[in-house]
Design a protein around this ligand. Structure first.
Ligand code: ZN
Length: 133
């Protein structure tokens, strides 16, 4: 298996509206869209840059994973997503290598992508997402 590119970088923020100014007005990125992923209690804003994108993640609930992340670490980079061409094969490969997966079967993330998270214990405390779309 081989990661094809950095699909996106997920950044946990308290408030997307208040954060957009930096990305739009300072960095000159364009907001492509906003989507709520009910399953993960998160609102996602997509800002493409080059062939990757920045995803701003705002929790829609006090007990969502992004709210918990901010409570523990403050705002900041929450995960890095790598594009793979076959997520089932990628997960199988990780498991065979003895890595711990948060998702042993893919679930659906923002933009209808099939995603799976590698457990940070297996990736030097970096939350790594595999994404196929
Ligand atoms: Zn992501």
């Amino acid at each position: 298996m081989k990661a094809l590119k950095v699909d996106h970088i997920g950044i946990a923020v308290k408030n997307i509206e208040e954060t957009l100014g930096f990305y739009q007005d300072v960095l000159g990125l364009e907001l492509q869209g906003v989507e709520v992923v009910e399953d993960q209690k998160v609102k996602v804003a997509f800002l493409p840059v080059g062939d990757t994108e920045i995803e701003l993640l705002e929790s829609t609930s006090e007990d969502g994973p992004i709210a918990k992340f901010i409570e523990k670490n403050g705002e900041g980079i929450q995960h890095i997503a790598f594009k793979v061409d076959n997520i089932e094969e990628a997960i199988q490969y990780m498991l065979e290598k003895g890595l711990k997966m948060i998702d042993e079967t893919p679930r659906y993330g923002a933009g209808g992508a099939k995603i799976a998270f590698v457990h940070p214990k297996s990736s030097n405390r970096v939350l790594v997402e595999l994404s196929e779309r």
